[in-house]
Design a protein around this ligand. Structure first.
Ligand SMILES: NC(=O)c1ccc[n+]([C@@H]2O[C@H](COP(=O)([O-])OP(=O)(O)OC[C@H]3O[C@@H](n4cnc5c(N)ncnc54)[C@H](OP(=O)(O)O)[C@@H]3O)[C@@H](O)[C@H]2O)c1
Length: 238
């Protein structure tokens, strides 16, 4: 069997990816999040609140001799859409926990746990155009996605140096604009906190958003054929 561990597979893009992997009968799918909505004998739910330091530190990947393993750090939050100075301090902590600290800790645990496996080992971090764009109200989110890109570059480089023959392949992939709860949050935001809100309403009105199912299928295609991924940092197109 092959295994894919997806954070935040209960809804949105993560659920789209889980549903697409469940169509591949050789995959066991693990949903690492606070809740689960997918019922399937090949899906296992590992309940973790990724904003909770102790829950994250106590998390362990299960033992199994998989022929291919994939970690998809997908769970993410916009956090509080507010300008710096107006945010609550605690919202900053919990958003960086989910967006940056949890992916980094999970990568560390994943590499440690599966290092001796000589089969295919893949780490996908879900990034965003926000990694290099400036949107007011998104300081935590934009900084989080920049961190995801740099984390991916450096860990991929480390793997090239120490483990070239059996390396973990590491990628940061932006999924495009996808119709999920995160987009709904943007469209409902107060314009005083996020002046570019109209752009996201327009994208929705013009039906320019991908669906989670389309994006999920695209991620399966990329993971089944990593040679088609355009470098460590890329953006999907459908
Ligand atoms: N939607 C877009 O247009 C878009 C564009 C670029 C990048 N992205 C990125 O794509 C990823 C998924 O976004 P989405 O739009 O699908 O968001 P979403 O619909 O809001 O789903 C977020 C997922 O993250 C999980 N999550 C949130 N907080 C968590 C916590 N404390 N502990 C564990 N899991 C948690 C949620 O699971 P539970 O609630 O069950 O815990 C949920 O499954 C994010 O990294 C986002 O930055 C999205």
């Amino acid at each position: 069997m092959k295994a894919v561990f997806i954070t935040g597979a209960s809804k949105g893009i993560g659920k789209g990816i889980a549903d697409a992997f469940l169509k591949q009968t050789d995959y066991t799918v693990f949903n690492i999040s606070r809740s689960n909505t997918v019922v399937n004998p090949r899906l296992q739910f590992l309940q973790v609140d990724l904003s909770d330091k102790n829950a994250l530190l106590n998390f362990n990947f299960p033992d199994h001799d998989y022929e291919k393993i994939v970690l998809i750090n997908n769970a993410g939050t916009l956090g509080e859409l507010k300008h710096a100075g107006a945010m609550s301090d605690t919202s900053i902590f919990s958003a960086y926990m989910v967006n940056v600290v949890a992916p980094h800790v999970l990568i560390n645990k994943f590499i440690k746990h599966f290092n001796d496996l000589i089969k295919e080992k893949i780490i996908i971090n879900i990034s965003s155009g926000a990694a290099s764009s400036v949107y007011d109200g998104w300081s935590v989110y934009c900084a989080s996605k920049s961190a995801i890109d740099q984390m991916s570059r450096v860990i991929d480089h480390e793997q090239d140096l120490i483990n070239a023959s059996s390396k973990f392949k590491v990628y940061a992939i932006a999924p495009g604009v996808v119709e999920t709860a995160m987009q709904q949050q943007l469209r409902k935001a107060d314009e005083a906190d996020f002046s570019r809100k109209a752009k996201f309403i327009e994208l929705k009105d013009n039906q320019a958003l991908y669906t989670p199912a389309e994006v999920g299928q695209r991620f399966v295609e990329l993971i089944e054929n990593t040679e088609s991924i355009d470098g460590v940092i890329s953006r999907i197109s459908i």
